[in-house]
Design a protein around this ligand. Sequence first.
Ligand SMILES: Cc1cc2nc3c(=O)[nH]c(=O)nc-3n(C[C@H](O)[C@H](O)[C@H](O)COP(=O)(O)OP(=O)(O)OC[C@H]3O[C@@H](n4cnc5c(N)ncnc54)[C@H](O)[C@@H]3O)c2cc1C
Length: 392
Amino acid sequence: MTANAIRDAAHDDLAPIRESVRALCADFPGEYWRRLDRERAYPEEFVAALTKAGFLAALIPEEFGGSGLTMTAAAAIMEEIQACGCNGAACHAQMYTMGTLLRHGSIEQKKRYLPGIARGELRLQAFGVTEPTSGTDTLSLRTTAVRDGDTYIVNGQKIWTSRAEHSDLMLLLARTAPREQNASRTAGLTVFLVDMRKAKGHGLTIRPIRTMMNHATTEVFFENLRVPAEAVIGGEGEGFRYILSGMNAERILIAAECIGDAKWFIAKATAYAGERVVFGRPIGQNQGVQFPIARAYIGMRAAELMVREAAALYEAGRDCGAEANMAKHLAAEASWAAADMCVQTHGGFGFAEEFDIERKFRETRLYTVAPISTNLVLSYIAEHVLGLPRSY
Ligand SMILES: Cc1cc2nc3c(=O)[nH]c(=O)nc-3n(C[C@H](O)[C@H](O)[C@H](O)COP(=O)(O)OP(=O)(O)OC[C@H]3O[C@@H](n4cnc5c(N)ncnc54)[C@H](O)[C@@H]3O)c2cc1C
């Protein structure tokens, strides 16, 4: 089976989009990503090319200069990027933060920011939710935003704020009312669209964190940062709800990236198993080598179905919390299983930098931890789908 046949096994009507993404990615081969990986550098040229081609504006409505595509199409774009051996983590936030702005932003905010984002003059790539002390327990976050006239004063710290150094705007979740003062458990958090260009050096400090893969992630410090009141998205105190609904988009898009990764690993392993001759025959003739590849393929195809179901529910405006979580879980497991299988199939060469497998292996490892870890997905399903008692 060729790489393209593996990629296109689940037919959809998005072939033209998929082909354009493949054509663009062909200009960014393994050696490009290897160099960036060694230098822990940001893929400026790749992000510029995606932006110029309009892919990063896929979810921006046409009236604001985007292409107004569906979540299914956006997911196909992210999947293809990964399936080509590239890495969309450098810019995927622009797609998954979009729902929060589109669904809850005011018309003024949309007019002010979306056309610039669509043209590539502004980047909305930073998403500041996780904090060092609260971790997954978002409701315990400690970053505060206190109203002072026409501004809010922000103090606190975020961690793992990826791409902050390469973004103009940040979607920030901060506490605007003390936890004990709120009528409900989830009230009191507010979403801000922070203009980081004005904030850097005036209360906003960004420090990079070096990680096992090239991910441009950072920690961000707020010290009496003044943010204008018009930066609030939607209603004050309502932010947790907005972020949760946005997280479904994030899960679906990242699940699609995992499917792309799994396809890349499976294609790579299949090709190698057919070529590599040991004991006078291709290693892929041995069932001990072919079965793990077949198993990885089955896992990927099953996960792909759930990703499509979640995307279809999302774009129909229906509740997709369970499906988005399950899609992310199945796809992250499938990509990790395919990564492990691919290393094993390649034997020693799986560890050689020039094969790109060890790089993709490190990159895809992230997705059973972020943007939500496996245990938290399982807790969600146990509690919200199966009706079991809340465990935390
Ligand atoms: C490279 C990278 C990029 C990231 N980018 C961003 C970003 O751009 N923006 C952002 O806001 N965040 C980002 N994150 C943060 C990411 O979403 C979190 O790391 C992830 O949600 C897990 O949270 P945590 O690291 O605080 O783990 P913790 O919450 O400390 O959990 C640690 C472990 O304990 C488990 N655990 C915790 N509580 C329970 C429980 N009650 N039951 C069972 N198990 C439990 C978890 O599953 C996990 O395995 C990024 C993280 C990484 C590593």
